[in-house]
Ligand binder design. Structure first.
Ligand code: AHG
Ligand code: MN
Ligand code: MN
Length: 296
């Protein structure tokens, strides 16, 4: 059985980076326990103008406190915090996070997760510079899907509190699942054509409302998750720094692709920490198809 610590050691990951990954991953049990007492909405909105749940705030506060205390992190930016916060100047690592992705599904007990990206240096770097990216999924099992730039591995938290490997070198199959956010009546013609083509080829619709869970399905079965540019929201909904870049990095490491419809989002240098971007992510053939439609 390969456990998380051993995997990180064998991958030659530097000691402080290992510690940050393990420290955040070890919060999964406390996070799971907090769901029962945090089933409601808060009276506040985040920097994206979205109403927060008490669980969004709980996870954000919890992980931030743990990282602040650790002395391992230089800078942190979170979907739930307006500003970038600086902690230990002796560390070189920056952490970006979506503390709880899919939070509209908390009250219906569907799968949600925590998304994390780690950079050496600044926060506002293109996603291709990530040193590590991972997400924890609070599903039937608590799983950790991780890349330190050497492919993608999936671990599950066992009853001894140890992350044991389920799968290494995960590769996205071509597949034919598709899920798209945004109201169909607000989709733009190129996106509608992309979806119509998939449907005409027998594609199967799967969309839960939790990006991290929907991506995990695409990672295993192949296909595409999209949150496109729409008439009302030209920049789509998902955030480049907190959601699209860490998961995009994992997609590339699993032999897949990520795009804003026109080109690879991992090449974009973010101008603002909360900026949004349209996203298409999944198997290579799917991403080639949408880029071909856009660039025709
Ligand atoms: P978050 O819970 O972090 O705000 O993210 C929600 C995102 C993403 O997880 C999901 O795919 C999408 O928003 C769902 O949006 P719709 O409800 O518009 O489909
Ligand atoms: Mn999210
Ligand atoms: Mn969130």
């Amino acid at each position: 059985m390969t456990i998380l610590q051993k995997y990180l050691e064998n991958s030659g990951v530097c000691e402080d980076l290992c510690k940050i990954i393990v420290l955040i991953a070890d919060q999964a049990t406390s996070i799971r326990e907090a769901f029962i007492g945090n089933q409601s909405h808060a009276d506040s909105t985040n920097a994206s103008g979205e109403q927060q749940t008490t669980m969004d705030i709980w996870v954000d506060t919890h992980i931030t406190r743990i990282l602040a205390k650790s002395g391992l992190v230089h800078v942190i930016a979170s979907e739930e915090q307006d500003d970038i916060t600086t902690f230990s100047s002796s560390s070189k690592y920056s952490v970006v996070m979506d503390p709880l992705d899919g939070s509209s599904l908390i009250s219906v007990n569907m799968c949600v997760g925590t998304i994390v990206g780690i950079y050496n240096g600044d926060i506002l770097q293109p996603g291709k510079n990530l040193e590590a990216a991972f997400y924890m999924l609070y599903g039937l099992m608590t799983t950790l899907t991780l890349s330190v730039g050497r492919g993608v591995a999936i671990f599950a938290l066992n009853s001894d509190g140890v992350y044991q490997m389920l799968e290494d070198n995960v590769q996205i199959p071509e597949g034919n699942l598709y899920g798209s956010g945004g109201l169909r009546m607000e989709w733009l013609p190129k996106h509608s054509k992309f979806i119509a083509d998939i449907e005409a080829a027998g594609g199967k619709n799967r969309y839960s409302g939790s990006f991290v869970a929907d991506f995990h399905q695409v990672l295993k079965y192949g296909g595409v998750y999209a949150y496109p540019s729409t008439m009302k929201s030209p920049d789509g909904k998902l955030r480049l720094v907190f959601e699209v870049n860490p998961i995009g990095f994992l997609a590339i490491q699993a032999g897949g692709a990520v795009s804003n419809g026109v080109s690879n989002t991992l090449a974009i240098a973010p101008a603002k920490v909360h900026q949004r971007t349209p996203i298409y992510i999944g198997s290579r053939g799917m991403i080639e198809a949408i880029e071909k439609i856009h660039n025709a």
